[in-house]
Structure formats: C-alpha cells, structure tokens
Design a protein around this ligand. Structure first.
Ligand code: PMP
Length: 286
C-alpha cells in the first residue's frame, strides 16, 4: 500500500505518498503508542469531521499524548488532503504517534507526530455479503476492562485482538467475529459496533468497553426518528435468541445487516433496510 501516487499530510506538510515514512525505531511501532481515526468523505464532504477530530484528541489524551496542533488545524488538514488527492468519495486515516527520538519505554523525550492519508475505499464488506447479511463467529478474545487496557481510546494498543479475531473468523469461513466484554456480555465486532432489533426496540451494548462509534451515535438518532426505542445495556450472548434482526455500524462498514452471530440466526428485515437507506441518504445529503 506504500508504493503508489498521492499526498499524505505529515507534520504540517503535504508529502509524496512514497516518501511518507518513519524510522524503524519509532516508539509507536514497539509500544503501540499511537491513536487513529477512520472517517469517510461523501460527495466531497467529510462526514462528522468534528466528531472524528474530537475523538482523536480524546484517544490521544487517554494514552497521555498531546497533539501538537489545534483541532482547527487538523480539520483543515483533513479537508486539504482530500482536495490535494483529487478525491470526492474516500476513506481518510488520521494517525498520531510517538516518534523515534528515543527508545525507552519512558515517553517524555519522544515527539508526537501526526499524519493524514486519504484514498478510495468503496465498501469494507463485499456488497453481496452485505445484502445477504454477514456471518459472525465468536472470537476467542474478549474486550478488556478499561482498567486493564486503554480500551476506550481508538489506539493501536487495542487492535491486535481485532486483527487476530478477524483472521481466525475468515479462516473458519465467517465474515467477522463478535468479541464479548471481559464480563461475558456482548461487546462489538472487530471494527464495528453491534445492534439488535426486536419489534420496535433496538438494543446495543453500553459504552463500558466498546468504541464510542460515531456511526453508532448517528444510527441511534436515525432509529429514534423512525420511532424505534433505543436501549443501551448489558446484553448476554444467549439473549441474542430473542432478537429478529441484527446489524453492524462503522465508518467503513456503514450499516451492515447480519444473518448469523455465534450460533444465532437473524433475518435482514425491513427495519435494518430502512436504517441502511436512511444512513446512505444522510451521508450523501451534507
Ligand atoms: N469499534 C471498533 C473497534 C472500531 O474500530 C470501529 C471503527 N472505527 C467502530 C467500532 C465504529 O466506529 P465508527 O462508527 O466511529 O467508525
């Protein structure tokens, strides 16, 4: 992915894609001292840019990093990077990391760096799979307690469990995996939040150790507009038997119906389809 044309905003400058490199002794590469965002532009507008930038700053704060630019500078850099690359519909990845200024675990002598890359990335899950509903298996990993890991930050520190779970799921022929939380309640998928529908109620795990997804928040609003009652709570895995429909939300995944989660089957019903359409209409209508 590194050998291609394009421009990456790096520490205040637009750098050629191939030249946007870091040293092998980068602190973040060894100790996962980095945080990132994933945001999408639709028709030339970055959807919920301020919310993504705010979460980037919150994630950095959780792992004790001071971003050396203002939110306004980051927002402008995101917009400029999109334009510089001539993109209209795109995925964008801001990343903040500790550099190679020193190698000890102590972070004080490292500098905090920022980069923003943008590229075309149409659909995270295959469109056919999305229409039929994805199949999730149960991961062997659980989302840790926030006292065990900086789990509420969108930090590289938390993604090995996602990468391992995704890899294992695909090897078994599934599309993705569900991770429970450390207490055994339903958590989230490897890179998306999860929802369940029963009648006019829509249930989703509360935010005790899952990412505060920006698509999650948006879809909760859309569901309320449709007259659905949104319930955030602890959901036991066996309660999945009580629900008729299920879906994932995420910037990359958007609204993606599920047909199977760890032994339980779901239909791709009218409510999920309405929310998919509502989300699509909202992001295009900025
Ligand atoms: N959970 C995890 C672990 C994720 O990586 C993501 C993707 N950022 C999400 C949930 C969904 O968050 P958002 O809707 O803000 O993209």
């Amino acid at each position: 992915f590194d050998d291609r044309d394009g421009w990456i905003w790096m520490d205040g400058e637009m750098v050629q894609w191939r030249e946007a490199n870091v040293h092998i002794l980068t602190h973040a590469l060894h100790y996962a001292t980095s945080v990132f965002e994933g945001q999408r532009a639709y028709s030339g507008q970055i959807f919920e840019l301020e919310a993504h930038t705010n979460r980037l700053f919150k994630s950095a704060d959780i792992i004790g990093m001071d971003i050396p630019y203002s939110r306004e500078v980051i927002n402008q850099a995101c917009k400029d990077n999109l334009i510089k690359n001539g993109l209209v519909d795109a995925y964008q990845r801001p990343v903040v990391w500790r550099g190679s200024e020193q190698m000890g675990i102590n972070t004080k002598l490292t500098k905090v760096h920022v980069a923003i890359a943008s590229w075309e990335w149409p659909s995270y899950f295959a469109p056919e799979a999305k229409l039929k509903g994805l199949r999730l298996c149960m991961s062997n990993y659980r989302r840790p307690n926030p006292e065990t890991a900086p789990i509420l930050a969108k930090s590289a520190a938390n993604y090995p469990i996602s990468c391992l779970s995704k890899e294992a799921a695909e090897l078994k022929g599934y599309d993705d995996a569900l991770l429970l939380d450390w207490e055994g309640y339903v958590g989230e998928a490897t890179g998306a939040n999860i929802f369940f529908i029963k009648g006019s109620e829509i249930h989703t795990p509360s935010l005790k150790c899952v990412l505060d997804g920006i698509t999650r928040r948006t879809v909760m609003g859309l569901a309320q507009k449709r007259g659905l009652t949104v319930v955030e709570r602890n959901i036991k895995p066996e309660e999945m038997a009580d629900f008729e429909q299920a879906f994932l939300t995420g910037t990359a995944a958007e609204v993606t119906p599920l047909s199977h989660v760890a032994g339980y089957d779901f239909v791709v019903g009218q409510e999920v389809q309405n929310l998919m359409n509502d989300y699509e209409a909202l992001v295009r209508d900025v």
